[in-house]
Design a protein around this ligand. Structure first.
Ligand SMILES: Cc1cc2nc3c(=O)[nH]c(=O)nc-3n(C[C@H](O)[C@H](O)[C@H](O)COP(=O)(O)O)c2cc1C
Length: 509
């Protein structure tokens, strides 16, 4: 305007401004980069820095650690797989293979061909009438409420396209979980959201009605999660809009507190009975629970209750202390809960030792982001894996760690429609599908190099750990692996006290 009104010389200033305006418009309209949709023009600085990262890192930053839960190398693999741009890397490993704690999988002198179709895990014990074929990697529990509607839609769309399952998280079953048609594990927590009586109890009628939905393939009772075992969530009133209130069966605008413990059971036996009731109410669908294990004695008490009652869950998801959350006190995230390795070994061994392992499948969650992560967890006793944060990366998360503030810069964990709009559902759906497919393909390729064509052939000696600068030990040597039924026959010395004290009618401390 100044160029027209005052002097043509102003055109020199106008040209760059017009270019910036055009770039901004382009950024707002494109669908690929959520950061640019929310931060037009300015967001390019992030991509510029990212492009010169390897060089900068070499000089200024300690390799592969940036003080955030997932290191940069892992994030890069996940982003590239999700975008479909994964390429092979030159020059060799960037890990310190002589560091104490370094773990590696053991290759075979006779590698096998990679199976053409990924195996599925049959979930459903003898009491289940509608078993489900679970994929090797699935979307871990994350609620609508902690995630935006667009994020839930993209995750479920990816699950539908790729033939895997999405866990709803404990925030209820929403239309965003149902619309794309992906398989669901419907999770309920201590708040019983979505099947809740007015005073916060469990409503069996509502549960049965929703569990009957075709997309719901399994139902799950959340006992605890690794990032905050033993505390219930708090959803601030400001986030409880009409839609969330409806999905969760809670009053709009009022803060919702999930209690730390369940009302539906207070002893191991009652837990086992309640799981059987959930299965019955769901019409025989696979029923399980999610736990970040703590006391081995308490878990053994639950196994004793299963034996006594003659019924068992169809699956148990073990969440590691390293697990993620939308919001938790840092002390809890950092200091409470058994890490996934020990948690898996406890649950696997307890089920093997009590002869229950054949009827109970074990899922694992805790920083599973690559094929190698998945294979390690399968060696440690899991049958399948779930990923939460890696899937968040696929829908655009940049690990800004603002999930609890409603100001997520990429629209993943916010209920602010302006921010959530940045997440383009179609583009991110495809990324979720690609990430799952490439991660499972990576795991299968690794297993083939280990001489294994089916996860059931994996053995503890195939995973090794450097325990000091001079020693490497296999999982076979490092940990105890119980024989089937051993706890029933003659418990080994270091299990005997816990086994004896485990009481199916009391959670002893
Ligand atoms: C944003 C967010 C929300 C979550 N919400 C739930 C939930 O509702 N229920 C649950 O059982 N776990 C929840 N989790 C935990 C994850 O399901 C998962 O167990 C944990 O993050 C470990 O997996 P990861 O390391 O792949 O993230 C949540 C995690 C995140 C990051």
């Amino acid at each position: 305007m100044l160029a027209a009104a005052a002097s043509p010389w102003w055109s020199f200033g106008a040209a760059p401004l017009l270019l910036v305006a055009a770039l901004g418009l382009w950024d707002l309209l494109q669908r690929r980069h959520t950061v640019l949709r929310n931060y037009p023009v300015l967001g390019h600085a992030r991509y510029l820095l990212e492009s010169i990262r390897p060089e900068m890192q070499q000089y200024f930053v300690e390799r592969s650690y940036d003080g955030r839960p997932f290191d940069r190398d892992t994030r890069s693999i996940v982003y590239e797989r999700a975008k479909g741009t994964a390429a092979e890397e030159p020059f060799g490993t960037e890990r310190d293979v002589y560091a104490t704690g370094y773990e590696f999988l053991v290759p075979s002198m006779a590698p096998r061909p990679v199976p053409e179709t990924p195996p599925r895990v049959r979930v459903g014990g003898p009491d289940c009438t509608r078993p489900y074929g679970m994929a090797l990697l699935n979307v871990s529990a994350m609620s609508f409420g902690s995630l935006s509607a667009n994020a839930v839609l993209a995750l479920n769309g990816g699950a539908a396209a790729g033939g895997f399952a999405q866990d709803t998280g404990e925030g209820g079953l929403s239309e965003y979980h149902l619309r794309p048609g992906g398989d669901l594990v419907w999770e309920i927590g201590t708040g019983y959201f979505g099947c809740r009586t007015r005073d916060g109890g469990f409503d069996p009628g509502e549960f049965a009605g929703k569990a009957a939905h075709d997309s719901v393939k399994c139902v799950s009772l959340k006992l605890s999660q690794g990032a905050k075992p033993g505390i219930g969530g708090v959803l601030p009133g400001s986030k409880v809009n009409a839609e969330i209130a409806r999905v969760r069966d809670v009053p709009e605008g009022r803060t919702v507190v999930s209690p730390p413990y369940h009302r539906v059971f207070s002893t191991p036996r009652e837990l086992v009975r309640f799981l059987a009731r959930m299965r019955e109410l769901s019409g025989g669908k696979p029923t399980g629970f999610k736990i970040c294990p703590g006391s081995r004695r308490q878990f053994l008490a639950v196994c004793k209750a299963m034996l006594d009652e003659g019924t068992a869950p169809d699956f148990i998801v073990v969440d590691g202390g390293e697990g993620g959350t939308g919001a938790a006190p840092l002390e809890f995230a950092d200091h409470l809960g058994t890490p996934l390795t020990e948690g898996l070994l406890t649950v696997h061994n307890a089920l093997v030792g009590t002869g229950l392992r054949d009827r109970v499948r074990i899922g694992a969650s805790g920083k599973i982001a690559t094929g190698a992560d998945l294979v390690k967890r399968l060696v440690q006793g899991a049958d399948y894996g779930n990923a939460a944060r890696a899937m968040m990366f696929a829908v655009g998360c940049i690990q800004a760690q603002r999930c609890h503030t409603n100001t997520c810069p990429t629209g993943v964990t916010t209920q602010d429609p302006r921010r959530a709009r940045a997440l383009h559902v179609g583009d991110k759906t495809e990324r979720v599908r690609r990430l799952q497919e490439a991660t499972v393909a990576g795991a299968l390729q690794i297993m083939a190099s280990m001489g294994v064509t089916d996860p059931a052939q994996l053995r503890p000696h195939m995973l090794r750990r450097r325990t000091d600068p001079y020693t490497v030990r296999s999982y076979d040597e490092l940990y105890e692996w119980l024989e089937p039924g051993r706890l029933l026959d003659e418990p080994p010395a270091d299990w005997a006290a816990d086994w004896k004290a485990a009481d199916p009618d009391r959670f002893t401390v």
